[in-house]
Ligand binder design. Structure first.
Ligand SMILES: Cc1ncc(COP(=O)(O)O)c(C=O)c1O
Length: 416
């Protein structure tokens, strides 16, 4: 809820102070009801606290390592070349279209179907304002980021003022693997549902929706004639060889899907504010009209630098994935070391068991169908075949028991 900030009047005294406080109260009363519901972001508050305590900040989701030099050079050149004025850099759209073709096999017209915005955040906000009217419902698959919540709050307020009712529906995914429950999805639709929002690859879980799950979502969107809006800012950052599939690339989906994404995460430039929406022509045109009225254009030197970014060779994207994977493993090991119970990773477990104990088992995944509902189970098991001689079983037992610690647990994964 709204928290009145402390009056910035500590330097004033007596009458001046009383007047300043009175005028501050008057101005606060003029705030919109939406503004009164907003509090400072909890992540930012934690970051301020971290700064005060000189703590290592693992709260805010921005990279603290440098952006690639080839794109920084391109941005510097654009500034030196005086790319200073409002402008739309068509070349960026051309490259977004080319990348979309390479990654997802989709043909997108860069002249009409792509809008460069100030980050995914603006692309998403403009998309929502383009497609949602009062009386319509929006569907959320999976939890969303704070910024999305703000946009939706804004939209909700706007629709409320126009006489609309409750309109957001959340379809929770099932932990711990965040699996999609197709019944839950089906039951959440109503005849008023207009759009479905999907964030994959997902922050913060890292979940990447697989083909089966996407087919379920695509089928539901098509049966109900619903628009899909995807947030794909992590499109290049997936783990354990999972590949990201865009919902838009499924048969029949491109014509009803808006993809939103950005440079922010892929090129470690969250402050450059370059993102885009890729949409059917009429929606792209609406998004463009809203974007132009809200911000006119994304920062032009960075639109220019985006060309260099999007032209990066495949090795750049491979390296990015590998780097993130090793950061993930490092935090994983660190947390395991201090007693967090970590999710079981059968493939790695089996590999470590071979290396450290000299015993081989197989991950259970190969024994499950690839249905979403089986995904969780398939990541929880490994199989030990016991159709072996007693000597073989005794040898395995001896080898494994050498790795058991004083409390009786197997010590694997304890090195960072
Ligand atoms: C899932 C997700 N989408 C979008 C964004 C924001 O992207 P952008 O910087 O392009 O606005 C974030 C930022 O943390 C995010 O985590």
């Amino acid at each position: 809820m709204f928290q009145a900030s402390r009056p910035n009047t500590h330097l004033l005294q007596g009458e001046d102070k009383a007047t300043a406080e009175e005028s501050k109260e008057k101005m606060e009363a003029k705030l919109s009801s939406l503004a009164k519901t907003l509090t400072p972001s909890s992540i930012q508050q934690l970051s301020y606290l971290a700064q005060r305590c000189n703590a290592v900040n693992l709260a805010e989701g921005f990279p603290d390592f440098p952006a690639p030099i080839h794109i920084k050079d391109a941005a510097v050149s654009a500034i030196l070349a005086d790319f200073n004025q409002y402008s739309h850099v068509q070349g960026t759209c051309d490259y977004v279209a080319r990348k979309t073709k390479e990654m997802h096999g989709m043909n997108v017209d860069p002249l009409t179907d792509i809008v460069i915005c100030c980050g995914q955040s603006e692309a998403f906000a403009a998309t929502m304002f383009s497609i949602i009217d009062q009386g319509m419902r929006l569907y959320y698959l999976i939890r969303h980021t704070k910024r999305m919540m703000f946009v939706l709050g804004l939209l909700e307020e706007f629709l409320f003022l126009m006489g609309g009712g409750k309109w957001q529906v959340y379809v929770g995914l099932d932990p711990p693997q965040w699996t999609l429950n197709s019944d839950k999805l089906e039951k959440s639709f109503t005849e008023k549902t207009k759009a479905l929002v999907l964030n994959s690859p997902h922050n913060p879980t890292g979940k990447v929706f697989n083909k089966d799950e996407l087919e379920i979502i695509a089928g539901a969107c098509q049966r109900r004639d619903v628009v899909a809006v995807t947030d794909e800012v992590y499109e290049h950052i997936t783990f354990d060889n999972q590949s990201h599939i865009s919902l838009a690339s499924l048969p029949g989906m491109q014509r009803r899907t808006v993809i939103t994404s950005s440079l922010s995460k892929t090129f470690s430039v969250t402050g450059w504010r370059i993102g885009w929406a890729i949409a059917p022509t009429c929606i792209a045109s609406a998004v463009r009209n809203i974007h132009i009225r809200m911000t006119d254009c994304a920062p032009v030197p960075f639109q220019e630098a985006a060309l260099a970014a999007l032209r990066s060779p495949p090795a750049y994207f491979d390296r990015l994935r590998r780097d993130y994977e090793s950061k993930r493993d490092c935090i994983f090991n660190l947390l395991a070391k201090v007693g967090f119970k970590m999710q079981f990773k059968p493939q790695e477990f089996v590999e470590e068991l071979i290396k450290q104990a000299g015993v081989v088992a197989v991950p259970g995944a190969g024994f499950f169908h690839s249905k979403p509902s089986a995904y969780y189970a398939s990541t929880r098991y490994i199989r030990f075949a016991f159709c072996k001689s007693e000597d073989t079983l005794a040898a395995a037992s001896l080898k494994i028991s050498r790795l058991v610690d004083a409390s009786g647990n197997l010590k694997l994964f304890l090195t960072c």
